[in-house]
Write a protein that binds this ligand. Structure first.
Ligand code: TXA
Ligand code: MG
Length: 342
């Protein structure tokens, strides 16, 4: 069994010892739990890929504790970085920057860039400060499962595959960090998150959101972002549209599937009038913070309930964190999207 420890002084000291000896430590960040290893130890980094069953062509994020400790990892610092760092770090923003020779190929999957972030979660900050090393950490889930937002999700996927888990309770944000690519001409959001397009525009007005649906003709800048991801085991259908029509359609499709002997899970908003054993109310329709914080736990719960399929309602996605929620639901649906006319 993987040891679970409280993130007090002793727990942090144990975690540091594991990292120094090339082992794996799962730890909370403000977004999701990370699976950490010494980023400068190629052998330790390879263990991350093995534990997750992650393909080696999907690069990792390197976590650091200060802008200064980032300098050895990058070849150059684009002009916009200081302003972004002072506004959004520590916090849920990852910057893709030109990589220095110090960063093992394993970390960046052979790309010329490296992804870096300074997390704000107090446990992550204490761990980084005590370890005094950059920590490579993807989300602490098995490849293609939803990211872990609670310590029990980490154990569900990785028990016995990792050395230590720092238990920091539920993670507050609940979806992964915004990934901003600064290696091209214009800053490009590769993955939307809690640092939103609107917030980034305030610092760098030319920033754009990469539309993943039209990304096929672009060079593959972030391999891990395109394939099916963040997905529950049960196939998920996403219903996009407005108002009661969406819920009516979900209720109808649930009835048909149940008649065919299927157990159906539902992702709904608190205000939706729909009930049943496998209905997860993940937050009020317009409360994106609440929905983000509970979405992955709800998907995992439906899997644990043993549902055969999941029907999920879409959430308002015109701005803010709603964009990230839509992105994760669309990926989980893997193209299985129903446009409901109102
Ligand atoms: O919130 C988060 O970002 C969490 C916590 C633990 O920090 N980490 C996380 O890591 O979500 P992961 O590995 O699950 O997702 C990292 C994403 C991947 O989609 C990867 O393709 C992209 O960042 N990425 C990493 N390095 C990159 C690079 N050099 N260029 C482009 N994309 C990169
Ligand atoms: Mg991940």
């Amino acid at each position: 069994m993987t040891d679970t420890v409280q993130p007090d002084e002793r727990g942090i000291a144990r975690a540091v010892a594991v990292l120094r000896s090339g082992g794996l430590v799962a730890f909370p960040t403000e977004t999701v739990y990370g699976l950490g290893a010494d980023a400068l130890n190629a052998e330790a980094v390879r263990k991350i890929f093995a534990a997750k069953g992650r393909p080696a062509n999907d690069p990792l994020i390197v976590h650091v504790d200060t802008v200064d400790s980032m300098r050895n990892l990058v070849r150059s610092v684009p002009d916009v970085v200081p302003a972004l760092a002072s506004r959004f770090w520590p916090g849920p923003l990852t910057l893709v920057l030109p990589r220095s020779a110090d960063v093992p190929d394993e970390v960046s999957a052979g790309l010329e860039t490296v992804a870096i972030r300074i997390p704000s979660h107090p446990v992550a900050r204490r761990l980084l400060a005590a370890a005094r090393m950059p920590i490579a950490a993807p989300s602490a889930n098995l490849f293609s499962r939803p990211s872990p937002t609670r310590p029990e999700h980490v154990l569900e996927d990785l028990d016995n595959r990792i050395d230590l888990l720092l238990d920091g309770g539920p993670t507050p944000v609940g979806v992964e960090s915004t990934v901003l690519d600064l290696s091209g001409l214009d800053p490009t959001i590769l993955r939307p998150g809690a640092v939103t397009l609107e917030m980034l525009r305030g610092v760098t007005p030319t920033v754009r959101l990469r539309d993943t649906r039209t990304a096929d003709d672009e060079p593959l800048r972030s391999p891990g972002l395109l394939d099916k991801h963040y997905a529950p085991r049960a196939p998920l259908t996403l219903y996009e549209g407005h108002g009661q029509a969406v819920i009516d359609r979900i209720v109808r499709d649930r009835r048909a599937a149940a008649a065919a002997g299927k157990r159906v899970g539902i992702i709904a908003a608190d205000d939706d009038r729909i009930d049943g054993d496998d209905v997860m109310h993940v937050g009020a329709e317009h409360d994106a913070d609440a929905v983000a914080a509970s979405l992955y736990a709800a998907l995992r719960q439906l899997d644990a309930n043993g549902v055969d399929l999941i029907l999920a309602r879409g959430f308002p996605a015109h701005s803010g964190l709603g964009v990230a929620i839509q992105d994760r639901l669309r990926r989980a649906a893997a193209g299985n999207i129903v446009a409901v006319a109102s």
